[in-house]
Structure formats: structure tokens, C-alpha cells
Design a protein around this ligand. Structure first.
Ligand code: MG
Length: 414
């Protein structure tokens, strides 16, 4: 069997769900999903020139070949998003050709169902973001002014909003937990009503802001009780001093983890935060390949490892990162902003690693998430996904449904 082509499609959801299909001369194909990036589908199609004629079963070798084709061995960057999607498609292809699930190829499974944690954004706020994190208003969102009022995700938000109050967070947390989820996540890098809007570039917190964030954490966790774990995401917004003050301010609350308090490029800074607090610190969605996790793990810079399997290099690399984490006695909770294809790919890795905590689901407000799969009911039931037993991914993309939400201007597997 030989690879004959690479095709792409993009679903315009809350993010660009970027799909890639690897085709062969025997009619078997595989489907993968990559973390969005500007220019990503053109980059994935460009990889066709190094993959055509190759044996699609040589997944680990083709992963290395794609790495070395990317600027003679890139250690980071959008090339890894492309490689991750293609690598995942190769696993689906191989599983379909051999008639076994991906988890079987990865070494078998540790569990029959995978726990999902529901990302709850910042309370009530639902947005759709383009590939450079600009706000947009796709037709399905039904919110014509979502775009334009605030230009970019990392710019300062308005400082008056009912969305970012402890009451709003607590109500949202209760509502999602009532649907059966035992793990949740909320944004913690939010503005404080009545206070000075945080300076997006200076990244400082004043005492009032610190108090407000600590009360968001305390009241959200109290609202759902001890059987539901809640993580809080800081999106790299804070300096070391403020991240330490925030982490210490919530030490009395048993949060699942505090995510990305400081920027991803400095494991030493993160280690200072982690070593200064008993609050568990998690990170990983902006690190690439197993090598990208090595320094932080050896520094003891994190308490829980959060790789993004649509970005870190793929499913095989995700499993190797999980093995590194296991050597350091750390759990893994994969980051995931994908549609159902990337989510199911991540489910296979989650099933095949011992040290799994929970898998993110970021699409609870996207009304067509389940409609993208052929003949399936809801993928997530009572906060879990049943590990599929069919070949490859174990699910099939509904091409008609996918075409309805395809992004204008992008090829659709053409
Ligand atoms: Mg995050």
C-alpha cells in the first residue's frame, strides 16, 4: 500500500476544525484533525510531496520524515499542527486497513470509557475565533455582533460584565455538572467588574483583582461540591509574582489544577510558581514533541501534564509524552479544542495510557458537534465517551453534514 494524496477540509465551528485525509492506492484512507493555524491546510497539502509513494504503515518513520522536512528539523511551530493531523490520519488508516481500533495499535487499552472534562469558557460567554484568534460570527452562532465589538482574544476585555461574577460561574458549573460531568474548566483570566481593566501586556494583578479571581475559584468549586473537579485556566497571563500570589490565595480550595499561569517559553519561571504553592499547576498545550516537555518535567515544573494531541506531534507522540509524565508520577489530561474527529482520536490515546486524568471537550455550545458523525447518538454521555471497538477511529465523518458547516474559501477534500 502506498500513499497517493493528502486532502483537507475546514469546519467553521467555535474554532477552525481542520481535517486532513490521507489517501492510498488501495482505496483505504484515514482521517485526522489538526489544531487550527493560519495557512494550515496549505501546509498540510504541501506535505503530500514528501509522503506520496510512502508506506502509510510506517507511522513513526513518517513522523520523523515530516519533522526533518520542516525547516530541517523544526522543534516547534505550526508545522507540528500539520504533522499532528497527518500522523493521526495515518493511525486511522492503519487501523482501518488492519481492522483494529487505534488503541489496539497503541498497545491496548486500560479502560473502556474515557472521562471528559467540559470546558466552560468564561461563564456564559460563547465565541467563535478565527485562526489568529480574531472574533467572528458564523451563521450558526446567531450572534451578529460577536465580531467587531472586541477585536482580539488577548486584548483587554470590557471591565463591566455579568459574565465574570462568582454567581454566574457557580450557575454555569452547576448546570454542566448536572449533565453528568465530573470535571470542568473555567477561564480565570477575566476582567473584574468595577475595577481597572487588566493591562493585557503588563500582566499584573492588583489586590482587588486577586481577591475577585480567588472568589471565582472558591464559589465555583463550592457550587459543585467535592465530587466534581474544577480546573482554572490563566492563559499565560501573569508574572511569576502574581501567579504565586494567585496560586497561594486558592490553596484552601481543592482545584483540579491551575493552568498556564505564566508563559510557555520559560519552564524555570513555571517551576518557581509550582514550587511555591500546594495548588497543582498544569501546562503543556503549547509544547511540541516529547523533547518540548523534557526540561519542565526534569525541573518538576508542573503537577499535571496537558499536551494537545492535535498539536504536539500526533497520537504516537502523545503516548510517548504520557510515558515521560508517568516516569515522573504525573497524570495527563490532554488539551482538546477539536471537533468529533480530533476528540475521538484523543480518546484512543486516553484509553491506551495508564496515567490518564480526563480529556478536554471545548465544544459544548457548538450545536452540530454530534451531527458531524455518521449515525451516532451523542458522543459524550454522562461526561464520558465509550471507547470504540470499530476499526481505526471507530467513527465516520458525515460528509453532508460537514459540507454544511465547511469554511468558505477552503477546499473540501478536493
Ligand atoms: Mg488552556
Amino acid at each position: 500500500m502506498r500513499i497517493t494524496g493528502i486532502k483537507t477540509a475546514v469546519i467553521e465551528a467555535n474554532f477552525d476544525w481542520t481535517l486532513v485525509r490521507v489517501e492510498t492506492d488501495e482505496g483505504v484512507s484515514g482521517l485526522g484533525e489538526a489544531f487550527f493555524a493560519p495557512g494550515l491546510t496549505a501546509m498540510m497539502r504541501e506535505f503530500e510531496s514528501v509522503l506520496v509513494g510512502e508506506d502509510p504503515f510506517d507511522i513513526d518513520r513518517l513522523y520523523q520524515k515530516m519533522r526533518w522536512a520542516s525547516s530541517a528539523g523544526s522543534i516547534a511551530g505550526f508545522a507540528y499542527n500539520a504533522i499532528s493531523g497527518i500522523e493521526a490520519a495515518l493511525w486511522d488508516l492503519k487501523g482501518r486497513a488492519l481492522g483494529v481500533p487505534i488503541w489496539q495499535l497503541l498497545g491496548g487499552k486500560f479502560r473502556d470509557r474515557v472521562r471528559i472534562y467540559a470546558d466552560c469558557h468564561a461563564g456564559h460567554t460563547l465565541e467563535s475565533l478565527g485562526p489568529l484568534l480574531q472574533r467572528r460570527a458564523p451563521a450558526w452562532l446567531g450572534n451578529g455582533d460577536a465580531a467587531g465589538s472586541r477585536s482580539g482574544y488577548f486584548e483587554s476585555l470590557p471591565d463591566e460584565s455579568d459574565d465574570f461574577t462568582p454567581k454566574a460561574y457557580a450557575e454555569k458549573a452547576r448546570a454542566v455538572a448536572d449533565r453528568g460531568f465530573t470535571a470542568l474548566k473555567f477561564d480565570l483570566d477575566v476582567p473584574v467588574s468595577g475595577s481597572v481593566a487588566p493591562d493585557a501586556y503588563a500582566r499584573n494583578l492588583n489586590p482587588a483583582q486577586l481577591d475577585h479571581l480567588a472568589s471565582l475559584v472558591a464559589e465555583t468549586c463550592a457550587a459543585v461540591g467535592p465530587h466534581v473537579e474544577v480546573a482554572f485556566d490563566c492563559h499565560w497571563r501573569f508574572t511569576v509574582k502574581d501567579a504565586i500570589r494567585l496560586a497561594r490565595a486558592i490553596e484552601g480550595v481543592p482545584v483540579a489544577w491551575l493552568e498556564d499561569p505564566t508563559p510557555p517559553e520559560n519552564p524555570t519561571a513555571l517551576a518557581k510558581v509550582t514550587h511555591a504553592t500546594s495548588t497543582p499547576i498544569g501546562t503543556g498545550e503549547n509544547w511540541f514533541a516529547r523533547e518540548g516537555f523534557r526540561e519542565a518535567l526534569s525541573l518538576g515544573a508542573l503537577d499535571i501534564v496537558l499536551p494537545d494531541l492535535q498539536k504536539c506531534g500526533g497520537l504516537g507522540e502523545g503516548k510517548r509524552i504520557a510515558e515521560l509524565a508517568d516516569m515522573h508520577d504525573l497524570s495527563v489530561a490532554p488539551h482538546n479544542i477539536s471537533g468529533p474527529i480530533g476528540t475521538m482520536a484523543s480518546v484512543h490515546v486516553a484509553a491506551a495510557i495508564p496515567n490518564f486524568h480526563s480529556l478536554e471537550w471545548h465544544a459544548q455550545d457548538v450545536p452540530f458537534f454530534d451531527a458531524l458523525l455518521v449515525g451516532a447518538g451523542p458522543l459524550i454521555v454522562n461526561g464520558h465517551v465509550e471507547v470504540p471497538t470499530g476499526p481505526g477511529l471507530g467513527v465516520d465523518l458525515d460528509l453532508d453534514a460537514a459540507a454544511r458547516y465547511a469554511k468558505a474559501g477552503e477546499p473540501f477534500f478536493a
